[in-house]
Design a protein around this ligand. Structure first.
Ligand code: AMP
Ligand code: GLY
Length: 424
């Protein structure tokens, strides 16, 4: 098979690595890819939103399967474009990707189908939102309706902060049209867990749990980022939580989407909060999480191409999805200053240490080759260093050891990824 992956981050590197293990795949392309992906796939210089060029390339190369990684192309209808051209593609169509693309859509869906989530109100007018806030309980959470690089969520402790937030989202349009509509949500307290799943329209198979670390600095301080590290499984995802979500969340979401004539095929990422009243859905994503994928896929036993095909063909129920009884930790090596201002273009040294090692992976997030063919930093998040271990503590020790193998000038990482493991 010839496979094309759309995307160029750490998530796509992990997907590409897993796809490359499949004996069925004899040629792998990635658009646009990065310096790490280039080791296992042929990278083509086509952007993630250039659908016509992607389709053109897929037709010329006679691609058998396309996998769309990131949220932006999924929400904008990349899958629909491939389907129209008669190309086999893994991912949700636009009408289903709105599960992630519109917070008000997903909140209304959960309300209508009794899927547990925080109480909320939706506003299209700043004046009405401001009036509502006068009597709302603080803290309160404001969410831009559309995609905002994971930054469109504001947790406001006081009425003043909340009013400023409405201005930022709806009037100053910090996230553009994503803020034309906002969701104002009840603030919940609890531990967060991410759960990834494969969905074929009717059936859902849960992968394994993971936990992200969204803030830039140790102790969950600093600004929100795309994710500074992950571990899997989460020790807080107990059999009780699993049973609850199987009963009230997972299949219920898939069935709700079918009932709305928005059959979902692809990956559903459940962002859960484990509150005192039980698990609640914080958010849905319509794709693999980043950097959750970097700890989930190295633990997966199946040939992922078989699972992708089963999702497309609607026979996921025939797949016995299995994970190793081990653990993984991913430490993100970022450019100092991320997520705000940072420099890039620095040579990345030490990557050869990962070659031929089992259980250690350097998934590239922001890297490229310079004119001399040397890998250099090319983003805020540069690498996700993942290590396996027999248990979480061992995996964490291994990941931090491997994080020291790599050097670049402004290397920055959190030193407390997986600290919560000690509290379990
Ligand atoms: P979201 O993009 O909806 O997952 O929100 C991003 C982050 O904001 C989440 O991972 C939580 O840490 C936080 N958050 C979102 N909604 C709530 C809520 N209702 N209560 C408390 N924290 C929240
Ligand atoms: N790690 C969270 C996300 O992928 O949105």
């Amino acid at each position: 098979m010839k496979v094309l992956i759309i995307g160029g981050g750490g998530r796509e590197h992990a997907i590409a690595w897993k796809v490359a293990q499949s004996p069925k795949v004899h040629k792998l392309y990635c658009a646009p890819g990065n310096a790490g992906i280039a080791e296992i796939a042929e990278c083509v210089d086509i952007g993630v939103m250039e659908f016509d060029r992607q389709v053109d390339f897929a037709q010329k190369q006679e691609i058998d399967l396309v996998i769309v990684g990131p949220d932006d192309p999924l929400v904008a209808g990349a899958v629909d474009t491939f389907l129209k051209a008669g190309i086999r593609v893994f991912g949700p169509e636009k009408k289903a990707a709105c599960l992630e693309g519109s917070k008000s859509f997903s909140k209304d869906l959960m309300k209508k189908y009794n899927i547990p989530t925080a109480e909320y109100e939706t506003f299209d007018s700043a004046a009405e939102a401001l009036t509502y806030l006068e009597t709302a309980k603080m803290p309160v959470v404001l969410k831009a309706d559309g995609l905002a690089l994971g930054k469109g969520v504001l947790i406001c402790n006081s009425l003043e902060e909340a009013k400023d937030g409405v201005r930022t989202l709806m009037l100053d349009k910090q996230f553009g049209s994503a803020g034309d509509r906002i969701v104002v949500e009840e603030f919940m307290v609890g531990r967060e867990v991410s759960v990834l799943s494969f969905v074929d329209g009717k059936n859902i198979k849960i992968m394994t749990s993971a936990q992200d670390h969204k803030r830039a600095q140790d102790g969950d301080k600093g600004l929100n980022t795309g994710g500074m590290g992950t571990f899997s499984p989460s020790p807080f995802y107990t059999a009780e939580v699993d049973a609850f979500c199987k009963k009230y969340v997972y299949q219920a979401t898939v069935d709700a989407m079918r009932s709305e004539n928005r059959e979902f095929k692809g990956i559903i990422f459940f962002g859960l909060m484990l509150t005192n009243e039980g698990p609640r859905v914080l958010e849905y994503n319509a794709r693999f999480g980043d950097p959750e994928t970097q700890v989930v896929l190295p633990r997966m036993k199946n040939d992922i191409v078989d699972v992708f095909e089963a999702c497309i063909d609607g026979n996921l129920n025939e797949i016995d999805l299995q994970f190793e009884d081990n653990a993984a930790v991913c430490v993100v090596l970022a450019s100092d200053g991320y997520p705000e201002h940072y420099e890039k273009g620095f040579p990345i040294k030490g990557l050869e240490r990962f070659k031929g090692q089992t259980g250690y992976y350097a998934f590239h997030a922001g890297s490229r080759f310079d004119e001399e063919g040397i890998p250099v930093t090319n983003g805020g998040r540069v690498l996700g260093v993942t290590a396996l271990g027999g248990n979480l503590k061992e995996a964490r020790t291994n990941a931090y050891e491997a994080a020291e193998w790599v050097e670049f000038e402004n290397k920055y990482m959190r030193h407390d990824i997986g600290k919560a493991i000690d509290e379990a």
